[in-house]
Design a protein. Structure first.
Length: 62
């Protein structure tokens, strides 16, 4: 169902996103996973974990 899908996760740097993102990348192999968040510091920390993964993208909302 999520294989090769484009997924937007709002509040993606929170507790749900930190659990959902690695599980989804490993289990379903989505085409693109966009993490939407207002917290620049949390995005920076999370981006370091997925630096080599071209499927993961971050979007900062002000």
């Amino acid at each position: 169902m999520l294989t090769n899908a484009s997924i937007l996760i709002t509040g993606g740097t929170g507790s749900f996103g930190n659990t959902f993102v690695p599980m989804t990348l490993a289990k379903y192999n989505p085409r693109r996973l966009v993490i939407l968040s207002r917290d620049e510091m949390k995005q920076w920390e999370m981006a370091k974990l997925y630096a080599g993964d071209r499927r993961v993208r971050f979007l900062l909302v002000m």
